[in-house]
Design a protein around this ligand. Structure first.
Ligand code: SF4
Length: 874
């Protein structure tokens, strides 16, 4: 059977996967990132190859068009805008989902030929602060370490990273190493997440106080005689200024941590030589993100713990190819191949290499400013590719307004999204499994992403679409690419062009790969110099990319998040990822088993706050900020700090009435990196008493004034509904139900205000096509969702019986927590029963009995949490 080796399209771990001819997917045992393992999302990849929601043909003004017509129109609109308003009136907004080859072409087209720096990407929301912090400290955006460091460390400090859920395979490597060598783990995170289950110490610090914690650590290192003075002298500058900035901070007051816990962390850090400090979005997505990164790096520079086995600062990227985007300069403030706008020689070098007619001479607008400029009319044509900013940008409502008002909005994507709905021209892009190119993971490892199926409909790769537009704009000679290998070779050659070692990103050793060599290229970590040898750790002996080759300590002054909790908005809203979903669910939302763990949008809050507000687990709660409000299901957990709440970022208008939670989030940005603060927005909460609950099976028309969430199941789409306003009067309720069901057919109905039971069935060709069930009184609870969904398509007699008489009735309560192990479909109740019945005491024992946790391991922290909760109860 033919097999294709490719990479997972989700997180920055960059796991290798093998796709068989029958479309089964398994981990690639030969890939160094995952050695055969996959997490729940990776293992469900085959289930996301559903093409039903795919864009298949170009669209102009909502109508189907041919490629020629669409490409001509895009080229014409861009050219007219440039001619009339100048190149800065045009912008591109790309994505860490791009392959490196896509990214390279986008960056070249905008910065070298259109002549503006206005190309930014959703990586601005992900790791721009890390990029800025690396450049400030190392002179170049370099991750010094390798994944093996996680296994060779004696202490791993995880800062602002729910690694167990967001980088699960890497976390499992750490957990395995811990079992073998007793690695100590410290988690620094305001929330008690699944990652904390494996921690020796959890520091639930106040949001945004990381700079103070690490500045205090730097001072502690100096005061306890742990400075590596010889290394500092030989390889760094600026320690005194950093120490001065770190003095006088009351760390316990700012972080709101017990002094003894801070001391325990500091003592552990200074007394352990092999320390890796891993950081992620909790560090980056902050108005002080760059300072947080540098405060962490300062501690590693002070101890000389960098670039040697088991030690170093380690940023993990959120997206599969955020690193590749950084290599090609895909952010507005970067040039290509790790060159910079602040060095005129770099601008000139890139111009000469590209033979660019109108090279951008200054950085462009970063994401938040870019969409603000669309809104105020300075940008008049925007091309959005492989991302969904109408859902994922902070203040997403304003982004939607901006796009509605923009004269030209082009969107290239694989699926219909909230953003494609706002486009004048939609271009169907090839998806994972159809695309061909490379991605780079968090440890600088370039891997091939190979196609194993033909593009759906008329979909085309992003690099092809952009090259075709470039040709139509008159730049055919500069965009002659016929395959991704052509682009990769050019990208590799640029990295080596006039590079005398001053730029560490150099993959010149791959610039002369043949087509076959490119196709067969094994995963390789950069730099890759002539001879093609893979590189390992960097900076153990200095060699930083600064003019004097020395790293720079950066003085970091602590400042709180921009938003303050105050009387009107007393809570701090944090947002982030959950275990089984990816970004705006365009792909993971297609796999019912990935919906089984958390199937509705929710808000985590502490029991103390829940009790004070009269909100129970599973109730509706309204969360309001100055930007917007949303009604979500409450998930009450003591993992939250009092006064702080958390909502997942994944749900959009396509899945829930609440829409994207990023509508609520502030657009305050880090002044250095321009990365928005997605983890600290002041909010207020109020309970939303539910008057009725409903289930609708089939498609549902969006309806304001009620809570609804779409839940894909194996049997079809189910909509969970709740209302806080009374149902319409009996004479109007059928019309109301018609609007929700929104499809033609023969209608059967029961309307019984006395019992509160309302049931509607839509029959098409003698079979059940859709049904809506409402329970306004708990005496008549609703049927089990799965039973109900299974009835769709049943013949009219059976359907009538099922809906109106014999449906097995289940408990009305539908907790937000359900399936724990999605690999084997094991739910919370089964696990509790097995623990009780078998007197089980460990996740391993649960695995033996139920198999839960024995495949990808992503649910092991939750198994431990259930054990912990039950032992507390016992
Ligand atoms: Fe994909 Fe999971 Fe690996 Fe991330 S950890 S690359 S999501 S399989």
């Amino acid at each position: 059977m033919t097999e294709t080796k490719t990479t997972c399209p989700y997180c920055g771990v960059g796991c290798g996967v093998v796709v068989a001819e029958d479309r089964t997917v398994r981990g690639d045992g030969a890939h160094p990132a995952n050695r055969g393992r996959l997490c729940s999302k990776g293992s469900a990849l085959a289930e996301t190859l559903d093409d039903s929601g795919r864009l298949r043909t170009p669209m102009i003004g909502g109508g189907a068009a041919g490629w020629d017509e669409a490409l001509e129109l895009v080229a014409q609109r861009l050219a007219e805008t440039i001619a009339e308003h100048g190149p800065d009136a045009v912008a591109f907004y790309g994505s860490g989902q791009f392959l490196t080859e896509d990214y390279y072409v986008a960056n070249k087209l905008m910065k070298g030929f259109i002549g503006s720096g206005n190309i930014d990407t959703n990586s601005r929301l992900c790791m721009a602060s890390t990029v800025a912090g690396h450049v400030r400290a190392f002179g170049e955006d370099i991750v010094p370490g390798v994944y093996e460091d996680w296994e060779e460390a004696d202490l791993v400090v995880l800062v602002g990273s729910n690694t167990a859920w967001c980088h699960p395979v890497l976390f499992q490597r750490l957990v395995a190493a811990r079992a073998e060598r007793g690695t100590r783990i410290v988690v620094i995170d305001p929330r008690r997440t699944a990652t904390c289950d494996s921690a020796d110490l959890h520091l639930p610090l106040a949001p945004g106080s990381d700079v103070a914690l690490f500045a205090g650590l730097l001072k502690h290192i100096a005061e306890t005689g742990h400075l590596n003075e010889g290394w500092i002298e030989a390889h760094t500058n600026g320690l005194s200024a950093a120490l001065e900035a770190a003095s006088g901070l009351d760390v316990a007051r700012i972080t709101r941590l017990p002094a003894a816990d801070i001391q325990a962390f500091y003592d552990l850090f200074v007394s352990t030589e092999r320390v890796v400090t891993v950081f992620s979005q909790g560090v980056n997505q902050s108005s002080a993100g760059t300072d947080k990164v540098n405060a962490i790096i300062n501690c590693h520079l002070a101890t000389g713990r960098i670039g040697r086995p088991g030690m170093g600062p380690f940023s993990v990227t959120g997206q599969p190819n955020a690193m590749g985007g950084r290599e090609v300069g895909g952010l507005a403030n970067q040039l290509a191949a790790h060159m910079n706008f602040d060095r005129p020689a770099d601008i000139d070098r890139v111009r000469r290499f590209w033979q660019a007619p109108s090279m951008a001479l200054r950085p462009g607008l970063k994401a938040v400013d870019l969409f603000d400029s669309v809104r105020d009319g300075r940008i008049k044509a925007i091309w959005i590719m492989a991302t969904n900013p109408a859902a994922s940008m902070p203040r997403a409502e304003l982004v939607r307004e901006a796009l509605k008002a923009c004269p030209t909005v082009v969107v290239s994507d694989c699926w219909v999204t909230d953003t494609t709905a706002l486009a004048d021209i939609v271009l169907p892009a090839a998806s994972w499994g159809e695309k061909d190119g490379t991605v780079t993971n968090s440890e600088r490892r370039i891997s091939r992403q190979r196609p194993f199926r033909a593009p759906v409909g008329e979909a085309r790769p992003d690099w092809w679409i952009m090259s075709e537009v470039a040709r139509r704009m008159g730049w055919a000679d500069a965009f002659p690419y016929v395959k991704p290998a052509d682009i990769f070779r050019e990208h590799a050659a640029l990295s080596a062009f006039e590079n005398d070692g001053g730029r560490i990103f150099d993959i010149g050793g791959l610039a002369s790969l043949s087509d076959n060599g490119y196709d067969a290229m094994p995963p390789v970590r950069w730099p890759v110099l002539a001879g093609g040898r893979e590189s390992g750790r960097l900076f153990a002996d200095g060699g930083f990319a600064t003019p004097d080759g020395k790293a720079r300590f950066v003085p970091t002054a602590w400042r709180p998040p921009v938003a303050r909790q105050e009387r009107r908005y007393p809570f701090m809203l944090n947002t982030g990822r959950i275990r089984d979903q990816w970004h705006t669910m365009t792909r993971t939302g297609l796999a019912p088993r990935l919906m089984a763990h958390r199937d509705e949008p929710y808000l985590e809050l502490h029991p103390h706050d829940a009790m004070k507000l009269g909100i129970g687990d599973g109730d509706l709660v309204r969360v309001q900020t100055v930007h917007a409000d949303a009604v979500l299901r409450a998930l009450v957990t003591d993992g939250q700090r009092i006064g702080e709440v958390f909502a997942p970022m994944h749900w959009t208008d396509r899945f829930a009435s609440a829409g994207p939670v990023d509508r609520l989030v502030s657009g305050a940005c880090d002044p250095v990196s321009g990365q928005p603060e997605l983890k600290a927005t002041a909010a207020r909460l109020s309970p939303v008493p539910t008057l009725w609950r409903g289930l609708l099976v089939g498609e549902m028309r969006r309806h304001d004034g009620i809570y609804h969430a779409r839940i894909p199941t194996e049997a079809g789409q189910i909509h969970e509904m709740r209302g806080w306003q009374p149902l319409p009067a009996p004479e109007g309720v059928a019309e109301w139900a018609d609007r929700l069901i929104g499809r033609a057919g023969q209608r059967l109905e029961v309307i019984d205000p006395l019992t509160g039971a309302y049931r509607f069935a839509n029959i098409v060709d003698g079979r059940l096509d859709a049904c809506l069930m409402i329970s306004a009184k708990s005496r008549y609870p609703l049927p089990d969702r799965a039973d109900l969904a299974a009835m769709i398509g049943a013949r009219i007699g059976e359907a009538e019986r099922a809906i109106f008489t014999t449906v097995r009735e289940a408990a009305d309560a539908q907790p937000v927590r359900k399936t724990v192990c999605v690999c084997f479909g094991v739910d919370h109740a089964q696990i509790e029963q097995a623990i009780r019945g078998g007197r089980l005491t460990s996740a391993a024992e649960i695995g033996k009995v139920l198999k839960a946790g024995t495949n990808c391991g992503s649910c092991i922290p939750e198994l431990k949490e259930i054990l912990r909760e039950m032992q507390v109860v016992a």
